[in-house]
Design a protein around this ligand. Structure first.
Ligand code: N01
Length: 551
């Protein structure tokens, strides 16, 4: 772990000529920490961010109800003890505005903004083997050169509106969860349609229902939701955490999902008497959050029979909450094992269907045929709407990278190399793309972990390499294709030993028509993964080809 570093008021390290040491693409949690870490090492680095503010996911996803599904005492940076001691989270689970305020505070506290270039989208990046450097081109036709490129472009940063016929004809207003207007939207007195019932839909639906005259929820696939049991931060809880932070953070780093307080389970759900198992699930339900369920039994995510004990518990809860039995049944997921799609955390989600102004519309059996001038037409008829909120997800994990024309001079673009799905070494690097690192790329725990912990791990690993390169006069690092092939095979083998690939989730790209079905995250756990990355580094960056200056 890096030690605490005061804001570096000293000079930004000067680039060598016009050449930056590192160009960082993306000004979210990953890009900002990378900048802080590298600058503290005397490396010249600059962040290029498309938005007009920093924050990444938490800058763009401003829909009503947006909130993190990991407790904030965990979902926060650990690199600065002063920061984690000083910052006060008002609730157990922070809202989007609270997290954005935290990120802006970090940017200010560590004096980061002077090296962040806002409203600058990187459109292309080309590596030249003769100079071992990248040339990046921005949307403003600027050209930037850097020895290394860190892609801190996020896993869920390419919002996707399905290709519905007729959207351009809609006379009302439409929005997407991932591109929500900063000024907010007032739905009072309106007939609103929400399309999509993943994490974003589930969070916005109860909020919009309170405002709208009528809310129509267009559901294709129901998801499992667990209650957050959110509430104001309890003083004792906060104090206990803060007193114990070093132990907590270390425990998280060696855990499965990157969250402390959930030891690796040793018991099978099938070994436990049904009443005891039920009591356990009930306790987890009352405690709130999803990590408890995901870590309760060792076969929860590997054995369908074990998994179904929890799935049925949640389905019963839904039947108990939703008064109309037909609606309850439509909301009860039966097509995938619980936890194999992102478990949603809700506040009042199922209860919302007891309101008179909310209707659940099944678009599995009667799909959306077109968006009309007046609303949404499904196979069952037309629903007149004043506004549509798309909560239809993202081109996850690969979308942002594939949108940039990334290539080695004279070579194939990354988008083409990944035509059949992403292939990486450790989720950090791609064979054939030297001096480029990804933060939480496909093939790393990424979205199956507490993201900030995984971001810090990757940034620290990359920064340590850059230091190693500087000291060892290394000008180029490139993943070995064989090492990459072995890593991809290992990632697949681990995934195939679980139930994850069974579900049609965005983890396998199933939400994007035509996207190759490849399970993208590494699910052996963050502790195991960290060990593997550390081993690679300690063996002189095994699996990478390093080239010295002039070599
Ligand atoms: O997106 P999703 P999301 N017709 O892809 C439906 C993170 N996140 O933005 O399942 C009709 O999960 C689609 O239906 P189906 C979190 O990691 C975190 O909600 O494909 N429906 C699905 O219901 C999360 O997993 C937080 O059948 C269509 C929905 O749209 C990830 O972001 C909050 C459709 C998309 O769900 C993505 O979540 C929010 C069509 N043509 C997000 N196309 C927290 O921290 C798609 N759908 C709490």
């Amino acid at each position: 772990m890096m030690t605490d570093t005061a804001p570096n008021k000293a000079q930004t390290p000067a680039p060598r000529g016009d050449l930056l040491d590192v160009a960082i693409v993306g000004g979210g949690l990953a890009g900002l920490y990378a900048l802080h870490r590298l600058r503290g090492m005397g490396i010249s680095a600059r962040v290029f961010e498309a938005g007009n503010g920093v924050g990444g996911t938490w800058f763009w996803n401003r829909y009503p109800g947006a909130r993190c599904d990991i407790e904030s005492l965990e979902y926060s940076y650990s690199f600065s003890d002063d920061l984690q001691q000083e910052w006060k989270w008002p609730e157990r689970y922070a809202t989007q505005p609270q997290i954005l305020a935290y990120i802006n505070h970090v940017a200010e506290r560590f004096d980061l903004m002077r090296d962040v270039q806002l409203e600058t989208r990187i459109l292309a990046a080309e590596f030249d083997r003769s100079s071992d450097s990248w040339t990046l081109r921005t949307n403003k036709d600027e050209v930037v050169s850097a020895q290394f490129c860190i892609m801190a472009t996020g896993n869920l940063s390419t919002p996707r509106v399905p290709d519905f016929k007729g959207l351009e004809n809609f006379k009302g207003k439409w929005y997407h969860s991932g591109m929500w207007p900063a000024a907010g939207v007032d739905f009072s007195g309106q007939r609103v349609g929400v399309i999509g019932t993943g994490s974003s839909g589930i969070q916005m639906i109860p909020m919009i229902a309170k405002q709208a005259e009528h809310l129509f929820v267009f559901q294709r696939t129901p998801n499992f939701c667990l209650p957050a049991q959110n509430g104001p931060m309890e003083a004792e809880r906060e104090a206990a955490y803060k007193a114990n932070y070093p132990v907590r953070r270390q425990e998280a780093r060696t855990s499965g999902f990157g969250v402390s307080g959930y030891p690796t389970p040793t018991q099978s759900a099938l070994e436990v008497p049904p009443e005891e198992r039920r009591r356990n699930y009930e306790e987890l339900w009352q405690r709130g959050g999803s990590i408890g369920f995901l870590s309760c039994y060792n076969d929860f995510l590997v054995d369908e029979r074990a998994n179904d004990t929890a799935a049925e518990f949640v389905r019963e809860k839904i039947r108990g909450i939703v008064r109309d039995p037909a609606v309850a049944e439509a909301l009860a997921p039966k097509d995938h094992p619980i936890g194999t799609k992102r478990l949603c955390l809700d506040t009042g989600y199922y209860e919302v269907y007891n309101r008179d102004n909310v209707s659940l519309i099944d678009v599995r059996n009667a799909p959306i045929e077109e968006i009309t001038e007046r609303g949404v037409r499904t196979a069952d008829g037309e629903f007149e709407l004043d506004a549509i909120a798309f909560a239809t997800g993202f081109d996850a994990m690969t979308g942002a990278l594939r949108e940039i024309d990334l290539r080695v001079k004279g070579g194939e673009a990354l988008a083409d190399v990944w035509e059949a799905g992403p292939r990486t070494y450790l989720g950090l690097s791609v064979a054939g793309f030297p001096n480029m690192f990804m933060v939480t790329g496909p093939g790393s725990p990424s979205v199956k972990s507490q993201m900030i912990l995984s971001i810090e791990q990757h940034v620290d690993w990359i920064s340590n390499f850059i230091d190693y390169a500087r000291n060892g006069q290394i000008s180029r690092i490139e993943a070995d294709i064989d090492a990459q092939d072995r890593w991809v095979a290992h990632v697949n083998e681990v995934a195939d030993s679980t139930l994850y690939p069974v579900a049609n989730s965005w983890y396998v790209g199933a939400n994007i028509p035509g996207k190759p079905r490849v399970f993208m995250p590494y699910v052996a756990g963050v502790g195991v993964y960290r060990q593997k990355c550390d081993e690679v580094a300690s063996k002189g960056y095994e699996g990478f080809k390093l080239t010295g200056r002039g070599g």
